[in-house]
Design a protein around this ligand. Structure first.
Ligand code: ADP
Ligand code: MG
Length: 687
């Protein structure tokens, strides 16, 4: 048997388990070796009950003091055990008569499970357990690996498969692509893999559990390297692409800037200089523009669009929601039409006739600028001469959508310039890995005069007082948002909750106008509502998270977010970015329902303590992990098995160096190394 062979060659892998393994990205036996434990359980040491803390998964040995079946709420078997240092309750909701008989007073047990804080002290719910007697083997000599698995495939099975694969590895080691490129003390790939599947007795348990063992670092390094190599080689493949070098359009640019009611900030100017240089060149730009909410990314994008239009070419601006597309359409028209540039809107919910007219204007080239949603990538849309694509709020789009818009521009050999904008900043470490194929510009700072938003976290039952506060706020001439986030997955529930809230607020706020906006309104109604809110005809806007991105009404200086405990950090920061857009001080009230989970509490605390999107982003990545943050868990983009961008950030300089080295002096290793670690590597590498 060899490592390259299919996993079905292993003993015990039939068609069914083979399918399970395939779902885990395991096709060959070598793939199985690279499916490393996600974590370890420590069953090596019996822990005294006196020192346990909630959240720990531990091995204990103790005597049953009392066992009883109780009916409080739900029938359950409670089993009180002690070991002389303390006590803990084992709780079983499902149990057989046999179990009930075994777990009786005086019996000595060994249990493994997670410690929780229960109503009457510490508890373990459904622990693994066995009765102890003279024949019971001692605790495990080594840490127990826990593999990422899938339904139908047991840990125990995976462990034996891994064992078989390791036996093959002993005769046929993996190629170590980093031999001679790392300091002596680093383990080889084979040492690291063997060690991590089967940490030997005496291994540094604390280090392993913390993910900081040299063998874990070795794999983390290679994994991060694989991701970077994949993206950098994509970037390298683009070296041959050509693009239209855009006209500098010096006079129109000056005219555009003079007409703006403000001056660009230093941050905007420097980002614009970088973008401008890219557009001068006959090679496509691939640039990520980052900046905090409200830093003014749109106007910078408009400048790039202006240059495309004055080069006799077209630009496409893509937004993730219809509302934002409509708003961008309005802004771009106001900025560009006075300079003689036609801007059309194209979204899915527009009436067919209007959509057809927009498509025609795009195809004929009459419209130099098309603003829209993903409707812009539909097959029927043809550009006459697309030279620039702007993707706003990039995280909302899949990589595939980005790719298909790019293809729209490819007439012959010419590719469009690409400007990708993020909603909120992304951590530097993430930019260096997940966006390694893009150049990056950052708009540092916010326009002058912005006052930081005061954020308070308030429990749901104090809602009544909030309504009074809104009344006073709006009678003083200002406006407010009341955000009612999506609770169920379905739009129906979403809009009905918002509808109910609108009725409630209308009744509670006589003399004030309460409006409602949600995803199910048609485009004309949404537009009308936003227009009325912008003009101040609507005082309180009840909204679902459709207003999350981009919406810009400076006089709205108070925001209430309901069920804030259910939203993610980035999303809340983005929502909060709807206020604090003018020179008035603004407030954001995050309403929550108790009890809060630890994670939710931490998220709300971060928001209360900082307005800085860069800080929020770092924290978000720590709490959620990069895959989740990018919304790409399913696609294999930055799905890290061992590496953790927070913990392993210090590896990145070495990763970057090694990436450059391999690409120059060992290009043949790029593809196999990438494939070793990235599931569906080929697909992802093409984007
Ligand atoms: P974001 O970066 O979140 O997309 P926007 O581009 O929507 O931010 O800009 C937020 C608001 O700030 C808009 O009303 C915009 O007109 C305004 N703005 C942009 N640049 C400046 C500036 N240099 N000075 C003052 N206001 C600005
Ligand atoms: Mg924006």
């Amino acid at each position: 048997m060899n490592l390259g062979g299919p996993v079905a060659n292993l003993q015990g892998v039939g068609p069914k388990l083979g399918e399970c393994l395939a779902r885990l990205g395991v096709d060959s036996i070598a793939d199985l070796l690279c499916l490393l434990p996600q974590r370890y359980e420590d069953r090596t040491e019996v822990r005294p009950l006196g020192g346990l803390r909630p959240g720990e998964k531990v091995l204990i040995e103790a005597n049953v003091e009392l066992a009883e079946v109780v009916f409080r709420g739900r029938r359950s078997l409670l089993c009180r055990v002690t070991d002389g240092t303390g006590a803990i309750t084992l709780r079983f909701f499902h149990f057989s008569r046999g179990q009930q008989q075994t777990l009786s007073r005086g019996v000595r047990l060994r249990c493994f499970g997670e410690v929780r804080a229960g109503r009457t002290g510490l508890e373990m719910i459904h622990p693994e357990y066995r009765t102890l007697n003279a024949d019971t083997p001692p605790p495990e000599p080594t840490l127990t690996p826990v593999y990422p698995t899938t339904e139908g495939l047991h840990q125990q099975r995976l462990r034996t498969f891994a064992g078989q694969a390791l036996a093959i590895l002993a005769d046929e080691p993996l190629v170590d692509y980093l031999t001679g490129r790392l300091p002596e003390e680093w383990p080889s790939i084979n040492e690291a893999i063997e060690f991590l599947h089967r940490p030997p007795a005496g291994a540094d348990t604390a280090m392993l559990l913390a993910g900081r063992h040299p063998c874990q670092r070795r794999i983390a390094l290679e994994e991060l390297l694989a991701h970077r190599l994949s993206l950098r080689s994509t970037a390298a493949d683009r070296r041959l692409e050509r693009a239209v070098a855009l006209d500098r359009a010096v006079e129109p640019v000056t005219c555009f800037l003079e007409r703006l009611p403000f001056k660009l900030t230093a941050g905007q100017n420097s980002a614009w200089r970088e973008i401008g240089k890219d557009l001068d060149r006959p090679a496509p730009m691939y640039r990520l523009l980052q900046g905090d909410v409200g830093s003014g990314k749109t106007v910078v994008a408009a400048l790039a669009v202006l240059r495309a239009a004055f080069s006799g070419c077209q630009a496409a601006v893509m937004a993730p929601t219809e509302l934002l597309a409509e708003q961008h359409h309005a802004s771009f028209r106001a900025w560009l039409e006075p300079l003689g540039i036609e801007v059309v809107l194209l979204t899915g919910s527009m009436p067919a006739a209007a959509r057809g007219a927009a498509r025609e204007a795009i195809a004929s080239g009459d419209a130099a600028v098309a603003v829209g949603t993903h409707a812009l990538f539909q097959e029927a849309v043809r550009f006459r001469r697309l030279a620039l694509t702007v993707v706003d709020e990039q995280h909302r789009f899949g990589v595939h959508q980005r790719l298909s818009l790019k293809r729209k521009g490819e007439h012959g050999e010419v590719a469009p310039h690409q400007l990708v904008m993020t909603a909120t900043p992304i951590p530097r470490t993430l930019a260096m890995t997940a966006y390694a194929d893009l150049d990056c510009s950052v708009i540092a700072g916010l326009p002058p005069g912005r006052k930081p938003v005061r954020t308070t976290v308030v429990q749901e039952h104090r809602r009544g007082r909030l309504v009074e506060r809104i009344a006073a706020h709006c009678r003083a001439g200002r406006q407010a948002y009341w955000v009612c986030p999506l609770i169920e997955e379905s739009d129906r529930v979403d809009s009905s909750a918002a509808l109910e809230l609108e009725r409630e607020l209308t009744a509670a706020l006589p003399g004030l106008s309460v409006g409602l906006i949600h995803g199910r309104l048609n485009s004309a109604d949404k537009e009308r509502m936003m227009r009325e809110f912008k003009r101040g005809q609507v005082h309180v806007l009840v909204a679902t998270t459709v207003i999350e991105v981009g919406v810009d009404v400076p006089n709205a200086t108070l925001m209430v977010v309901e069920n804030s405990e259910r939203l993610g950090l980035a999303q809340l920061h983005q929502l909060r970015g709807r206020v604090g857009r003018g020179s008035e001080a603004s407030d954001c009230v995050l309403l929550y329902k108790a009890p809060l989970s630890d994670m939710a509490r931490e998220r709300l605390t971060v928001l209360r303590e900082t307005n800085d999107g860069f800080v929020v982003a770092e924290k978000d990545m720590q709490l959620r992990g990069p895959g989740e943050m990018l919304g790409t868990r399913q696609t294999g983009v930055l799905e890290l098995r061992v590496a953790d961008l927070g913990r392993d950030a210090d590896l990145l300089p070495r990763v970057i160096r090694l990436c450059d080295e391999l690409m120059t002096d060992s290009p043949g290793s790029v593809e196999p190394l990438t494939r070793r670690w990235i599931r569906a590597g080929a697909e992802y590498a093409k984007v």
